[in-house]
Ligand binder design. Structure first.
Ligand SMILES: *[C@@H]1O[C@H](CO)[C@@H](O)[C@H](O)[C@H]1NC(C)=O
Length: 217
């Protein structure tokens, strides 16, 4: 799962159109809350509650105020968490390390929040990985089956098991799988006992069936 989240971070890194528009976009998170960078957690909390009351959409229907309310809430989300705050501080001090910051940001931000894009890409990745593995297994199963068949019937020359004889009969008759499945057991037994996978038996059988209906009518 760790590898998957790393892969997701990489995806966002590639998809991200503007690498500087993270955290509080073009704003400074501390400025938005009106606190200094060295403010302690309780200062930040107090500032947030004061501002969120002031700009709450219920009290202040002005659309600008609503936008500000969202921005403040976002800034608080980043600054209230010690690790995201530390990453943000690092980002302010090292603007040249944009890529590292971006990866850190997305790992922290989407690590505990469910972003619909992350879910979508994650699902796509999981589905394609699953399909890939599924195909591999099916291929391996087919290969194993072929090897077993060769070993058992060509090398050791064992008699065919009932299932394998059924399979051979069904293949030789070239009938649909469903038709074979729905056939009654006594008819199946009769056909299997004829060893139709051997050419001569098949020829005898087909010439027989061609005459049979005429004889009955
Ligand atoms: C936070 O800092 C303020 C001064 O800015 C101070 O009054 C307060 O006691 C500090 N709180 C804690 C929990 O350190």
């Amino acid at each position: 799962m760790a590898a998957a989240s790393q892969l997701l971070s990489l995806f966002f890194l590639l998809l991200l159109p503007a690498c500087d528009a993270i955290y509080c976009d073009e704003d400074d998170c501390y400025d938005l809350l009106g606190v200094k960078q060295d403010a302690n957690a309780s200062d930040i909390k107090k500032a947030y509650y004061k501002l969120s009351l002031k700009h709450h959409p219920d009290k202040n229907p002005d659309p600008e105020s609503r936008k500000l309310f969202v921005k403040i809430a976002n800034a608080y989300e980043i600054l209230k968490d010690e690790s995201t705050r530390a990453q943000y501080d690092f980002a302010i001090e090292h603007p040249e390390e944009v890529f590292y910051n971006t990866a850190q940001y997305y790992r922290a931000y989407y690590g505990h929040k469910t972003d619909p894009r992350a879910v979508l890409i994650g699902l796509l990745l999981i589905v394609s990985a699953f399909q890939y593995i599924n195909q591999l297994t099916r291929y391996n199963q087919a290969l194993t089956w072929k090897i077993c068949w060769f070993w058992r019937y060509r090398v050791k020359k064992l008699p065919y098991t009932w299932e394998d004889a059924c399979y051979l009969t069904w293949i030789s008759l070239q009938i649909p799988a469903n038709a074979w499945k729905n056939m009654d057991e006594s008819r199946k037994e009769d056909l299997v006992r004829r060893h139709l996978w051997e050419k001569s038996n098949m020829e005898r059988y087909t010439s027989g069936t061609r005459k049979e209906p005429k004889r009955r009518r």
